[in-house]
Design a protein around this ligand. Structure first.
Ligand SMILES: Nc1nc2c(c(=O)[nH]1)N[C@H]1C(S)=C(S)[C@@H](COP(=O)(O)OP(=O)(O)OC[C@H]3O[C@@H](n4cnc5c(=O)[nH]c(N)nc54)[C@H](O)[C@@H]3O)O[C@H]1N2
Ligand SMILES: Nc1nc2c(c(=O)[nH]1)N[C@H]1C(S)=C(S)[C@@H](COP(=O)(O)OP(=O)(O)OC[C@H]3O[C@@H](n4cnc5c(=O)[nH]c(N)nc54)[C@H](O)[C@@H]3O)O[C@H]1N2
Ligand SMILES: [Mo]
Length: 768
């Protein structure tokens, strides 16, 4: 090997790899040799790390420099580069001013987002620790991924742990499951990633082994593409957002047939009689028959009956992708799924029961023994305030207003300063035109970013941060078998600094450096976190001894042994429901919840129910906006991350995000394959490129999230960002989750000249 080439082990959300550096530049990324199914996304790193879109130096928005505290111009202003000393002083002064004048709750520091892999340099954790140490902030609770389920499941099964991927593992499924009802499919494109990163991608192998063992797979989804084409599966198209009705219809079939497992229901569940009464129509005079369900979800009644009977006749698993609950009333399909699985009586049996996210995120069902990972403590928020994560625009637009959440009433704080590091709200939030209006209100917005993302170009002060390749870290996630030493492969690019260094200097200016750093530099933190993990491994005889930090660092990674037994969700509870009672009021699975009923929310009653979402194909609104838009996760990037790379760019059409449409819907509108289109509703409009696909249900459009938001105003988004179309409403009063997937739209050919893209322009003013 030539002497000017170096190789460094590292980790990303999309996998572990060796960074190959020649003459100070990253030239290649070689997948971790133990990864059976590496993601092509790792090969985007050389382009991204050396991208002209890197934020090179600290920058301040021109309009804000002229008059501090003014939001006007966010999104259109140019930026003036300043020295680090100037930038840090400005940030420090703003934090101090807002804290002194308006209190800690006027600083919004939730900083939601995926940031990057590495347990220490996690931007969101560092942001919280910094703001907590400085006196606190208004925080965020929950996430966009499974926000509805996170607050529902503790009432129903006493925990939201299964959402972290801890579900019946692939070994158990491959060995025992005979039928999988895959709601939302198993879109392996999503299994490329796991928050925190993975050494091994195992979902494809798990699915293949399951099929090879003879399991039947039924994909219930508006899109056939949700199961890889090489996996034999039956596709049952379903109208988006109507899964709860289908599950309820199946439950009614089981009840009428007497095929429900009465012994399981009485021993392990609470409130079945109340749910059965709903199924029979005792509440509303409407029995929830297969015919009733068919009229809502579009799946024929005979198919509904067949599915219910097949699932009762063999070892079956009902799996839901997370997308089902990222919709208005998204609590209901998840609760209805649990109720259906309870009636089938197979919860806690190998390969049986219910499951979430299997096949749609690498972590779900990955076989792994329980073992600690290195932990970083954010500390405690002295302000004690937070909002449900997806209610950000409501908060900014309505300071002081009250809102319901999970059984209580809360009040929105009056936020003056927004602090963000490691997230892209102008990617992740719904109804971006509404967010844009709300975003004008704070006096100051500070963003740490690596690239000039849409959020960076809507901030007042932008501080450039390093990538994982420019710093040392330890990579691990609770559902992967490996722990990685992430070596520094490159010097910081431009003038970028680690988030940790930025916060350390700001804490020093504020007089609380020691509280923030505990006297440690980054390397010392890594050694400290590693030592904590090593001590915990040492206490567990099932775990191998971990080497000391120096040895681990040289070695590059640790591997946990493969588990010698399968993990089965609720196996303990099934074996002994008293010793392993659930953390619900009854200690059992709640098919009726007095607690939820007691909240009195009509959008989340005491048992699973079909509640029509605000927007779906059966709604009145469908007369004006007759198509249901699904905005799913992108195959070739992670959310908005890596969007500027060639991998994602190669699939764009005239530079715009593709939208998949059924050929009949396209023909009815004069839209040809590969042609530019405009998708629109009352909230906004965006451009896209049409892809005709008979594997998409009629009446449905499918478009990925993540094309960098590119708009001057609410009239037209130029790049194909579906979040100008999505509704910004909570899933229900109970969970207040994101309802991104309840979106009605229409589509038409775009016949004019295509406006040029501006999302990849660097908004820095030339030197005066
Ligand atoms: N319509 C619609 N919208 C959705 C969804 C949907 O299904 N439909 N899904 C939602 C879901 S599930 C999620 S999780 C969200 C994801 O939303 P986000 O997590 O906000 O999306 P990312 O693009 O991953 O944003 C992470 C940002 O962190 C930056 N970053 C990376 N590393 C670092 C670092 O070390 N320091 C700093 N300071 N910054 C860093 C990246 O450059 C990037 O801009 O989107 C949600 N939005
Ligand atoms: N490559 C890649 N992988 C990712 C991510 C990424 O950005 N890129 N993001 C990660 C993150 S943060 C998350 S939270 C997970 C999200 O995981 P999911 O929420 O499961 O992912 P989605 O892609 O939103 O949805 C999966 C499929 O559900 C189907 N679907 C949509 N609506 C409905 C419905 O109403 N009923 C039924 N039956 N099906 C429906 C869609 O066709 C879609 O393809 O993905 C993770 N994986
Ligand atoms: Mo997510």
């Amino acid at each position: 090997m030539p002497p000017n080439v170096q190789r460094y082990p590292t980790l990303s959300h999309w996998g572990a790899y060796t960074a190959v550096v020649r003459d100070g530049r990253l030239v290649a990324c070689e997948p971790f040799p133990h990864d059976p199914d590496p993601s092509p996304m790792i090969h985007t790193m050389p382009e991204m790390v050396h991208s002209p879109l890197r934020v090179a130096r600290p920058a301040v928005r021109e309009g804000w420099l002229r008059r501090r505290g003014t939001g006007t111009g966010r999104g259109s202003d140019r930026y003036v580069e300043v020295g680090w000393d100037v930038a840090l002083k400005l940030v420090h002064e703003e934090l101090a001013r807002v804290r002194a004048r308006h209190g800690a709750e006027a600083i919004f520091g939730g900083s939601y987002g995926w940031a990057s892999a590495g347990r220490f340099h996690n931007a969101m954790s560092q942001t919280r620790r910094f703001l907590y140490a400085g006196g606190g902030c208004t925080d965020q609770v929950g996430n966009y991924s499974w926000g509805a389920a996170q607050f529902l499941l503790p009432h129903v099964i006493g925990t939201w742990q299964p959402l972290t991927g801890k579900v019946t593992d692939w070994n158990s499924v491959a060995a025992h499951t005979r039928l999988i009802l895959a709601f939302g499919g198993m879109p392996l494109r999503n299994a490329q990633v796991i928050a925190g990163g993975a050494g091994a991608h195992t979902a494809r192998d798990g699915l293949r082994r399951t099929v090879a063992a003879g399991a039947r797979i039924v994909v219930i989804s508006p899109s056939r593409g949700d199961m890889p084409a090489d996996i034999a599966a039956e596709w049952i198209p379903i109208r988006p957002n109507t899964d709860a009705a289908l599950m309820i219809g199946m439950a009614h079939v089981l009840l009428e047939d007497g095929r429900h497992d009465a012994a399981f229901l009485s021993r392990y569940c609470h409130g079945f009689e109340r749910y059965a009464a709903y199924l029979r129509g005792a509440e509303d005079g409407q029995p929830k028959t297969a015919e009733w369900a068919a009229a809502i979800c579009g799946v024929p009644a005979d198919t509904i009956r067949r599915l219910a009977r097949d699932a009762a006749a063999c070892r079956s698993l009902v799996n839901c992708t997370w997308s089902l609950q990222r919709a208005h009333h998204g609590e209901q399909p998840y609760w209805a799924c649990i109720a259906l699985a309870a009636m089938l009586g197979q919860i806690g049996l190998p390969g049986g029961g219910f499951s979430f996210g299997l096949g749609s995120i690498n972590s779900a069902g990955n076989p792994r023994i329980d073992a600690a990972v290195p932990e970083f403590h954010e500390g405690r928020n002295p302000a004690g305030r937070s909002i449900p994560v997806a209610r950000i625009a409501d908060m900014l637009l309505h300071p002081g207003a009250t809102y319901p959440f999970n059984g209580k009433e809360y009040r929105y704080p009056d936020v003056r300063l927004v602090y963000w590091a490691g997230g892209n709200p102008f990617h992740h939030h719904q109804d971006l035109n509404r967010l844009h209006a709300a975003w004008q209100r704070p006096e100051t917005i500070v963003v740490h970013e690596t690239w000039w993302t849409p959020t960076a170009r809507r901030a007042d002060i932008v501080l450039p941060t390093t990538t994982t390749l420019e710093r040392e870290d330890i990579g691990a996630s609770s559902r992967d078998r490996y722990v990685f030493a992430m070596h520094r492969a490159l010097p910081p690019q431009g003038q970028s600094r680690d988030d940790y260094e930025i916060y350390r200097e700001l804490a020093a200016l504020g007089g609380y450096e020691a509280a923030y750093t505990e006297g440690r530099d980054a390397r010392q933190w890594l050694a400290h976190m590693y030592a904590g993990m090593r001590a915990r491994w040492a206490q567990d005889p099932a775990l191998p001894p971990a080497p000391d930090f120096e040895a681990f660092w040289r070695q590059g990674y640790l591997a946990l042994p493969a588990p010698d037994r399968d993990f089965v969700l609720f196996e303990d509870f099934r074996r002994d429901p008293l010793a392993h009672r659930l953390h619900t009021p009854s200690g059992r699975i709640e098919l009726y919840s007095e607690r939820i009923a007691g909240f009195g929310y009509e959008d989340c009653p005491g048992h699973p129910a079909w509640l029509p979402p605000a927007e779906w194909l059966g709604a009145d609104a469908a007369r004006h906006s007759p198509l249901h838009l699904i905005s799913s996760q992108p195959a070739r990037r992670l959310h908005s991350q890596l969007d500027p790379a060639r991998l994602a760019g190669a699939r764009k059409i005239h530079g715009r995000e593709p939208v998949r449409i059924h050929p009949d819907d396209a023909a009815a509108r004069g839209i040809g394959d590969g042609e530019p289109v405009r998708i629109h509703n009352a909230r906004g409009a965006c451009l896209a490129g049409a892809v005709l696909d008979a594997g998409v249900m009629r009446g449905v459009l499918v478009m990925s999230t993540g094309a960098w938001f590119d708009a001057d105003d609410a009239t037209l988004e130029r790049h194909g960002n579906p979040n100008v179309l999505t509704p910004d409403i909570g899933t229900s009063r109970l969970a207040q989750g994101s309802s991104a997937l309840s979106t009605l739209v229409d589509i038409e050919p775009w016949t004019g000249a295509l406006p040029s893209l501006r999302a990849y322009e660097v908004p820095v003013a030339p030197d005066a």
